[in-house]
Write a protein that binds this ligand. Structure first.
Ligand SMILES: *[C@@H]1O[C@H](CO)[C@@H](O)[C@H](O)[C@H]1NC(C)=O
Ligand SMILES: *[C@@H]1O[C@H](CO)[C@@H](O)[C@H](O)[C@H]1NC(C)=O
Ligand SMILES: *[C@@H]1O[C@H](CO)[C@@H](O)[C@H](O)[C@H]1NC(C)=O
Ligand SMILES: *[C@@H]1O[C@H](CO)[C@@H](O)[C@H](O)[C@H]1NC(C)=O
Ligand SMILES: *[C@@H]1O[C@H](CO)[C@@H](O)[C@H](O)[C@H]1NC(C)=O
Ligand SMILES: *[C@@H]1O[C@H](CO)[C@@H](O)[C@H](O)[C@H]1NC(C)=O
Ligand SMILES: *[C@@H]1O[C@H](CO)[C@@H](O)[C@H](O)[C@H]1NC(C)=O
Ligand SMILES: *[C@@H]1O[C@H](CO)[C@@H](O)[C@H](O)[C@H]1NC(C)=O
Length: 578
């Protein structure tokens, strides 16, 4: 870990009035302002020994590398929020810091400052954003829209293949949001290029001669938890541009939500790395960047001040919380966090965990939930909080005890892990419309069927029945508890329970309807998601008198016609004695 604070730890704008060019003589790094905005549109050029880019009011264009313009007629580099009509507009540029071989240039918009950091010998540039006035935001991102001729292919940690052709989009039939059907029945959608943000190493676009890669180690400034998914790159469906995306505060897979983005929050730095199109070289460069993170050269004192936290998480049953998903952030719903910073890891088989390079500026809450496997039946969430870290030190929180639900299993379909893994199509590669393959009606017999006989999603009208035998009711008067966990929900109104909801529940002829609260729809099921969306968990108390010794039947019925490709993505269904 590095704690170099550098000279003058905070970033300081050098000149009140924007300089028109960099002072020192011999460096190849420069900022030249052509028009400072007072008599027309802001216009400038930044350059190093490797690259140059024209930066105008909204867009970075003419990105020159090895004698070629990588942008040409495409839109170029820009930042935007709340959809495409809110591109940041730069009104000035200034040099924020300068060393022998580095130049940090900030472009000021009313929302904040977009920085480009040039270094001698660097094939590309680093970039970061310092928020001033984004306020409450859903989507905020930077984009690099490049010449489609030079960048026909995409690479993420999940796939490496050509992008869809613009001509196929133009001749296809639009069937929903950014989704087209080819005459042969197959689909084209940008959402097939999605990924789990915190699983991702890096991603980029490339061709025979050039590659452009988004290398973003240390993903603490991205919103959400382990299950945060985002779009990575795509073919622009209106213009043919090849788009490399950086969803800094992303909402493509979430129910409508927003966070306050505090004044001064720094997103990044990330690296926009250019090369000759070699994926192998980009892999190597990514490894080097991961090793170098947190970046020593980024002399921001809050960024540099980091410690670590470790502990051992045990279930109250005495077993270790093997493989548990661990989240470090604020209290509350983890997928919806994005105001400050978020860290994630998984416990090992003995329940031990450690998170390194955690910022020290705020107190931290630990949350944990089952990630399946040995503890895939635990449905409670662990939370402990308010840990304060010290720069350069590890905080060992010792042994933490996780209170489990303390009930006796009757049966369970699928692991509780907030994901559809184990079910048919669960965890399949991002593909549009797979839920069409799930049955309308299904009978699942406990003891005979296994998770793969259940399907990852339920969209069509019909009933899925769970048939189960109870040898004899336990002595005493304990009732049963039915738990339903859904990995995602795309629809309107109430998801589970109650007449008129997406899923009505009837046990041996008795309707369960104690959960009438509508939940917000998330787009995962109809945007190529197969693993997760926004997770929701429900428990129903089942009176003992409803159950019989012998054969019982639980019916999960959809009677509302859902819009095609919308509905429920499953995580787990479970019954226990209380
Ligand atoms: C005003 O505009 C002209 C032409 O675009 C440009 O050459 C000049 O540098 C600008 N002046 C300032 C102060 O930006
Ligand atoms: C860019 O646009 C110009 C003007 O519309 C056109 O003449 C040129 O062929 C285009 N270049 C590319 C590479 O698409
Ligand atoms: C930036 O300027 C463009 C063009 O003038 C305008 O359409 C856009 O709304 C502006 N962005 C914001 C956030 O105001
Ligand atoms: C899209 O861009 C590619 C690469 O430049 C080009 O070959 C193709 O003709 C373009 N497609 C359309 C429909 O303009
Ligand atoms: C967290 O700890 C700080 C100081 O250690 C204290 O001021 C604050 O009240 C605590 N917050 C909670 C929610 O316990
Ligand atoms: C599902 O079952 C219902 C009730 O038996 C039936 O009306 C419906 O046609 C079935 N759907 C399909 C697609 O088989
Ligand atoms: C269950 O039995 C206990 C002890 O006999 C009693 O106190 C309790 O009220 C009963 N609960 C219900 C729900 O009948
Ligand atoms: C929906 O399904 C449930 C369970 O099968 C049934 O009892 C109910 O009458 C149905 N409701 C409608 C409106 O069809």
């Amino acid at each position: 870990m590095k704690f170099t604070l550098g000279v003058g730890a905070c970033l300081v704008a050098l000149a009140a009035a924007s300089p028109t060019a960099r002072g020192s003589k011999k460096s190849p790094l420069s900022l030249v302002i052509h028009n400072d905005g007072t008599n027309g549109t802001f216009s400038s050029t930044i350059a190093s020994d490797k690259i140059s880019m024209h930066v105008g009011q909204q867009y970075g264009t003419k990105l020159m590398y090895k004698g070629e313009d990588l942008v040409k007629n495409a839109t170029g580099a820009y930042a935007s929020y709340a959809g495409r009509y809110f591109d940041l507009n730069y009104t000035s540029a200034a040099i924020y810091s300068e060393t022998q071989d580095m130049l940090d240039i900030g472009f000021t918009a009313k929302e904040g400052v977009v920085h480009f950091v040039l270094k001698t010998g660097l094939d590309g540039f680093y970039s970061y954003f310092v928020n001033k006035a984004l306020g409450v935001q859903g989507e905020f991102r930077t984009l690099y829209r490049l010449d489609p001729g030079l960048f026909p292919n995409g690479r993420t940690y999940l796939k490496d293949e050509p992008l869809p052709l613009f001509s196929d989009i133009l001749s296809g039939t639009n069937v929903q949001d950014e989704t087209w059907q080819r005459p042969d029945g197959t689909y084209i959608t940008k959402y097939d290029w999605s990924l789990f943000m915190r699983e991702s190493d890096f991603y980029g676009v490339y061709g025979d001669k050039f590659g452009c890669w988004l290398i973003n180690p240390g993903k603490d400034y991205y919103n959400g938890d382990q299950l945060k998914q985002e779009l990575s790159l795509h073919r622009e469906s209106q213009t043919n541009d090849t788009v490399l995306l950086n969803m800094l505060h992303g909402t493509h897979f979430q129910a409508a939500f927003s966070n306050v983005i505090p004044d001064g929050k720094v997103f990044g730095p990330w690296l926009v790395y250019l090369n000759d199109g070699s994926v192998k070289d980009a892999v190597k460069r990514n490894k080097a960047e991961e090793k170098a993170w947190p970046y020593e050269w980024f002399t921001d004192s809050l960024y540099q001040s980091r410690g670590s936290i470790s502990g051992k998480l045990m279930l109250d049953t005495g077993k270790p919380a093997a493989g548990a998903a661990i989240f470090l952030g604020e209290p509350g719903r983890t997928i919806a966090q994005g105001t400050t910073f978020q860290y994630t890891t998984y416990a090992d088989s003995k329940g031990n965990f450690k998170i390194e390079d955690v910022r020290t500026e705020q107190p931290w809450t630990i949350q944990a939930w089952s990630n399946g496997g040995e503890i895939g039946g635990v449905t409670t969430i662990f939370q402990a909080g308010n840990y304060t870290l010290t720069e350069g030190k590890n905080l060992d929180v010792g042994k933490l005890t996780w209170k489990t639900q303390g009930r006796t299993d009757i049966w369970q379909i699928g692991d509780y892990d907030r994901k559809s893994l184990g079910f048919a199509y669960g965890g399949a590669p991002y593909t549009h419309g797979l839920v069409d393959n799930c049955p309308a009606n299904l009978t699942y017999t406990i003891g005979t069927n296994s998770a793969k006989d259940w399907c990852f999603g339920k969209s069509s009208k019909g009933t899925w029945s769970v048939v189960f035998d109870i040898e004899s009711l336990p002595s005493g008067n304990s009732s049963a508890v039915l738990s339903l966990s859904i990995a995602g929900f795309s629809g309107s109104g109430t998801a589970i329970g109650g007449s008129g909801s997406a899923l009505e529940i009837v046990l041996n002829g008795n309707a369960l309807s104690n959960h009438a609260t509508p939940i917000a729809s998330d787009p995962s099921l109809y945007r190529s998601g197969t693993t997760a969306g926004e997770w929701h968990y429900y428990e129903f108390v089942v009176p003992r008198s409803w159950l019989v010794a012998g054969t019982n039947k639980l019916d999960l019925t959809t009677n509302k016609t859902a819009t095609r490709w919308r509905g429920i993505m499953w995580d787990m269904v479970k019954m226990e004695w209380s």
